[in-house]
Each structure stands twice: as structure tokens, then as C-alpha cells.
Write a protein of this length. Structure first.
Length: 256
């Protein structure tokens, strides 16, 4: 297995940054631009800016929370923004609405989106129940915060559940030594979330073991590419302007 490689940014980076970097991401041969939804920012709006300046690049959300963005609202927003559904991937997740009803909430949203759109749908999943659900009711799963070995095991499990399931993995990555501090802060933040802390404990890994740092970037990326179908390099950069992201894209292109 040799995974495709994609670039990921936060919606908070903004539409202007997405429009600046998307053509470079496409020219460099990356598979997709993933935008994770963040409070106060709309991943779909950011993707619309990228769509306007690209022709082939896959556009993906990672992930839209089903507890605060209904399938009907997502579909209406996709239509209003004129997003090209033939190259759109709608990543959805349970959100922060609690574990009770999460599986049903995500299953209903995935079914509704697949029925009402040409876009592919993947489910952001931590635990085994949500991973099985994603493999069976959608086009695949979006994993996050895993070592290569853990990612390989979960990808194998998903493919055993549904052979055609697409397994994508978010990997937080810093290509510039000036961004390592922000990478460490990001890892510590996720390690403090109860659901992620429980998942790290269950897997016997630490958040800091699941990231790519400037030293060993290329070798680490190769390990991840051997584990899943798609590696999404979630860019952690020194600053927040387009130049920082463009430098990351160039470094990532050289590494893969």
C-alpha cells in the first residue's frame, strides 16, 4: 500500500489563504486539500475559495460536526456555494454532543448526505464502533492521532469490514523547526481532551508519538504512506499567513 498524500489546514486559516495555496497544492501533485471545521469559521466556504482556483484538486472537510450541522444544512450550503460535488469529500463526525446517540446521529447524517449529493462521505472516527460504522454506511473513515503501526491495524480492520472503504489519516506535521513549538502545543491540547486521552490510553501511545517533525519528516511520511490509503498532512506552520503554508507545501512535496 502506498497512500496518496494530501494537505490539511484549519478553516480558521481563512478563504484568502486557501485561495493562495490551493493552486500550488494542485500543481505539486497532492491528492486533496482538507479543511477541518473550526468554531467561527466555515470549512465549506474555505473550500469554495480553493475550488474557484483549481480544476482537479479534491476538496474535503475534516470534519463537519453532525450535532451542530445537519445533513440538510450541509447540502444546502454546498449548493449555495456551488461546490463541485464530483471532487468533494464531506467528512463528518459526531461532534461534541456526547456519546449518547452519536452512532445514530452520524449514520443518519451519512445516509442523508449520500442520498442527496454526488459528494463522497467519510466518517471521522476514534473508537472501534464508529470506525465500523464509517466503513459500512459511508465511503470510508478519517482517522487521526495514530502511530504508523496503529494506523495500519485500523486500516486493515476497516478493509476487512468493507473492502472498498477508503482510509484517510490526519497527521499533524511541522516541516519548519520554527513550528515545532506550535506542534507540541497542539499535541498537548489533544492529549488533554477526555475522548482522545482515553483513546491514547487504549492504544498505549502518546500524542507526541503521532506527529511528524522536521527531522525525519520524509522517513516518517513513508511509514504512514505504507499504512493507509491517504495521508493528510495537517500543516502546523510558524505563522498564519499564506507564505508559511506555501513553504510547508513545498517542503512536503520534496518529502514525498
Amino acid at each position: 500500500m502506498t497512500a496518496s498524500v494530501s494537505i490539511g489546514i484549519a478553516a480558521a486559516a481563512g478563504a484568502d489563504v486557501a485561495a493562495r495555496i490551493a493552486p500550488t497544492v494542485e500543481r505539486a501533485g497532492f491528492h486533496a486539500l482538507w479543511v477541518n471545521d473550526t468554531p467561527g469559521a466555515d470549512a465549506l466556504e474555505v473550500l469554495a475559495a480553493a475550488a474557484a482556483v483549481t480544476e482537479r484538486l479534491v476538496l474535503a472537510t475534516g470534519v463537519l460536526p453532525a450535532d451542530r450541522r445537519s445533513a440538510a444544512e450541509i447540502s444546502a450550503r454546498v449548493a449555495a456555494l456551488g461546490l463541485p460535488e464530483e471532487r468533494l469529500v464531506l467528512g463528518i463526525g459526531s461532534g461534541s454532543g456526547g456519546a449518547v446517540g452519536a452512532l445514530v446521529r452520524v449514520a443518519d447524517a451519512a445516509s442523508a448526505l449520500r442520498a442527496g449529493s454526488e459528494a463522497r462521505v467519510v466518517v471521522g472516527a476514534l473508537g472501534p464502533k464508529m470506525r465500523r460504522l464509517g466503513a459500512t454506511v459511508s465511503d470510508g473513515v478519517l482517522l487521526s492521532w495514530l502511530t504508523p503501526d496503529a494506523a495500519r491495524a485500523q486500516a486493515r480492520e476497516a478493509h476487512e469490514t468493507a473492502a472498498a472503504a477508503h482510509v484517510a489519516l490526519y497527521v499533524r506535521a511541522a516541516a519548519d523547526v520554527a513550528a515545532v513549538g506550535r506542534l507540541d502545543v497542539e499535541a498537548e491540547r489533544y492529549a488533554g481532551y477526555p475522548s482522545y486521552a482515553a483513546n491514547f490510553a487504549r492504544l498505549g501511545i502518546a500524542a507526541r508519538d503521532t506527529v511528524l517533525r522536521p527531522d525525519g519528516f520524509a522517513a516518517g511520511l513513508a511509514e504512514y504512506r505504507a499504512a493507509v490509503d491517504e495521508v493528510v498532512l495537517r500543516a502546523i506552520v510558524p505563522g498564519d499567513d499564506a507564505a508559511d503554508y506555501l513553504a510547508f507545501v513545498e517542503a512536503a512535496a520534496a518529502a514525498h
